[in-house]
Design a protein around this ligand. Structure first.
Ligand SMILES: [Zn+2]
Length: 319
């Protein structure tokens, strides 16, 4: 099998093993962090990342795919520290995580110029290191597929076509962004077997999700624990139905957990837990609660587990 780039260098795809395909070892705004570094405790961030990744490792996780891109504070040196200290591989990306905003830098440059930046991360290395991006990231959310979002999608698509690198697209089912995102990728000639539409599991509209699967893409049931978007029971019912319909080979199951995130003041986490907006959000929830529930329902056996947590991530990353 072909190699996959990780923050510690390329590995054979067969070595990836049990993989969480969507987790963040740290999520923060790089501009705020650069301007007010004293507001951040790097040691505490590292400790939190190691605790989260270590717990996943105890459940058998060998690789974490971390889709932290521009505006999420992507930092491959930090990722490499976490990988080295934890013994869990981390797979990094390139791309822009924006729901609409673009800096003047990219607003005044065209799609191909943007794509060149992504290609440089894939072929040359990220942030002055030899760590190469293994996949591309873009996003569409509540604002829908705006002009700027479309520009990022087209740049990601062109970099994918040029380099054969897979794509992960954050989507918002409530806005039905998925079909339009797929359409843009198709217009640009992207191989649909290399596309993952993330966060489809925020919806329990099986028809909507199946419509995306029918285009050949992977779908992410990847926000377990974020009850604010959909509670775990409804997420599991969706997963069970998709498994019953024979879609195991197209499902990506993860938590979108952020070991630390600067979007809210520290006290917010407790309030979210108390209000039920999040529940047991972690890098282990899918192993502690989701897999057992799906096994109990008779829709997940060892083969389906292997398909979802081992084979699908490896196939998406390598085609
Ligand atoms: Zn994410």
């Amino acid at each position: 099998m072909p190699g996959v780039e990780t923050v510690q260098g390329p590995v054979d795809a067969r070595e990836l093993g049990c993989t969480l395909v969507h987790e963040h070892v740290r999520f923060r705004d790089e501009a705020v962090a650069a301007e007010w570094p004293e507001r951040y405790d790097e040691q505490a961030e590292l400790d939190a990342a190691l605790e989260a990744v270590g717990a996943a490792k105890e459940r058998g996780v060998q690789t974490i795919v971390d889709p932290t891109a521009m505006f999420g504070g992507r930092d491959v040196r930090f990722m490499r520290r976490v990988a080295e200290r934890s013994g869990v591989r981390i797979v990094a990306c390139t791309g822009i995580y924006s729901y609409d905003y673009l800096p003047h830098y990219f607003a005044n440059r065209d799609v191909d110029a943007m794509a060149e930046h992504f290609v440089a991360d894939i072929e040359g290395g990220i942030q002055g290191t030899d760590v190469k991006a293994a996949f591309l990231k873009c996003a569409a959310d509540a604002a829908g597929v705006t002009e700027n979002v479309e520009k990022i999608h087209r740049a990601v698509a062109r970099a994918s076509v040029q380099t054969g690198t897979p794509i992960m697209a954050h989507s918002m089912p409530a806005m039905a962004t998925g079909p339009r995102q797929v359409e843009i990728f198709r217009e640009e000639g992207v191989d649909m077997a290399r596309v993952q539409i993330a966060h489809c599991g925020d919806s329990d509209d099986v028809g909507y999700i199946e419509g995306l699967i029918d285009t050949g893409v992977y779908v992410g049931l990847d926000r377990y624990g974020l009850e604010m978007f959909l509670p775990i029971d409804r997420r599991n019912a969706t997963a069970a139905e998709l498994l019953r319909r024979g879609h195991a080979e197209r499902l990506m199951v993860s938590q979108d957990f952020c070991a630390t995130i600067d979007w809210f003041p520290p006290e917010a986490a407790g309030a979210f837990e108390a209000s039920g907006a999040i529940r047991n959000w972690s890098m282990t929830l899918v192993f502690d609660e989701v897999v057992p529930a799906l096994r109990e329902q008779g829709v997940m056996d060892d083969a389906a587990f292997e398909t979802i947590f081992v084979e699908n991530p490896a196939r998406w990353l390598t085609a």
